[in-house]
Design a protein around this ligand. Sequence first.
Ligand SMILES: [Zn+2]
Length: 254
Amino acid sequence: MKYVDTHCHINSYQYDEDRLAVLKEIEKKMDFVVNIGCDLESSKIGIDYSKEYSNIYATVGVHPTDIGDEFSDELYRNLLELGKDEKVVAIGEIGLDYHWMTKSKELQKYWFRKQMSLAKELNKSVVIHTREATADTLEILKEFPEVTGILHCYPGSYKSALEVIDNYYFGIGGVLTFKNSKKMVEVVKKLPLSRLVIETDSPYLTPEPFRGKRNIPEYVEYVVRKIAEIKEISQDEVLKVTTENAKKIYKISK
Ligand SMILES: [Zn+2]
């Protein structure tokens, strides 16, 4: 069985030297991957990949550290048009980042709500980025009970997860394999496999044993292995269930 990567950024400059080779490897080795947009440009590039490669899907959205001072009607229309594409499987990544704080909390919340409305209008899932902002993020998610999605690289507690577990899946990546990931191991142990999806966030957050090097989608294997170990079940079971979860939330029927 081949692997799925629900979250990667192949448009990153870190693939400038050998992007074609990386894309070819994805085409050959992966079940499917989702290239996640961070702004208008990377969203468009993701759609380009999805046209070229049948097993690559895309999302469109503006990341909280990439937002501008004004969310214009024109931007909304642009995102809406891109979002209608059949290979766009979600709006994202969107959310709140109180670690880097490139823009004020209020402005971040405004852009987040706008893009949640966009997902609602398009009837598409969302991919959520949240850093040091769990409470505010969950509050906004609850304002949109008809929207479902993935909390990517989920940093919160098990207790917080329960607040949105009916509508959301939790993206688990390379951080789980790090030595200091005790809290996350506990969260993964408690969350049901039926709510987990696997991701790399390539080129970032490379799992052990490659930590420190550039990440690539096929390294999801190490995350699957770690979840199997934590939950004391087979890797096949982890792969099977998390693949079904990813297909369900992204409405992929291949
Ligand atoms: Zn990401």
